[in-house]
Design a protein around this ligand. Structure first.
Ligand code: BG6
Ligand code: MG
Length: 216
């Protein structure tokens, strides 16, 4: 029996993954680096500075910028990203998310957020579902990002369950690897790219219910 749910945010709760891509593409363009959707898969679930470093390596500019310049580039991306988030509303929840969270609340199954995004609290507020989560792990406090299991272990701890008692949801390979490394049951939310190692793959949260998952 499972006792709680741990959710990634971007690409699972809402489709902000597309805004991350737009903002990174724009930033990369501005420094003469081209990225495409295929490359973008390597950025999903990965924190802001590591994403920037991957883009710089991809463009052959790993040693071009000082730490201060890299901070400024990451800030430029985030400023654009936050602009793109301004019009988010509860309508932007992915299909089935609202109903799933309501069912979990009704059945007293605690939910937590394990997202690499420092914008997570703001996004959840905009989507009107912040109160559906008993805990949001602060990614600034992590020693290692996904695919390390730390964020998932911390999320389970925050809702007073063991990782083995948790079901984790992810749209990114790095996240799924982290969920499995934490010994959780892994639900992969398919977003167009192949996912490996999930215990279950769904297209949308409408495909599964809280009852079905807690039996796992
Ligand atoms: C993850 C996204 O959820 O958060 C990544 O999948 C993103 O694409 C990361 O880089 C960090 O987000 P933020 O909002 O702190 O820049
Ligand atoms: Mg994601």
């Amino acid at each position: 029996m499972k006792k709680g749910f741990v959710f990634d945010l971007d690409g699972v709760i809402t489709d902000t993954a597309k805004y991350h891509y737009l903002a990174w593409k724009d930033l990369a363009d501005s420094i003469g680096i081209e990225i495409d959707l295929k490359f973008n898969e390597q950025l999903k679930g990965i924190d802001r500075m590591t994403s920037l470093e991957r883009i710089l390596i991809h463009g052959g500019k790993a040693d071009t910028y000082t730490a201060e310049e890299k901070d400024a580039l990451a800030l430029q991306k985030n400023t654009h990203y936050v602009e793109l988030l301004q019009d988010l509303t509860p309508e932007d929840l992915l299909p089935g998310v609202k109903e799933f969270l309501e069912e979990a609340q009704t059945k007293d199954v605690p939910c937590a957020i394990a997202s690499a995004s420092k914008n997570a609290p703001f996004i959840l507020e905009k989507l009107g579902v912040k109160n559906a989560f008993e805990a949001i792990v602060d990614p600034a406090t992590l020693k290692k990002g996904k695919p390390d299991p730390e964020i998932f272990v911390r999320a389970a701890e925050a809702i007073n369950i063991t990782p083995e008692e948790a079901v984790g949801f992810e749209d990114a390979q790095a996240g799924l690897d982290g969920i499995k490394a934490a010994n959780m049951y892994a639900v992969g939310v398919y977003s167009g790219e192949e996912l490996h190692g999930a215990d279950l793959i769904v297209n949308k949260l409408t495909d599964i219910s809280v009852d079905e998952l807690i039996q796992k």
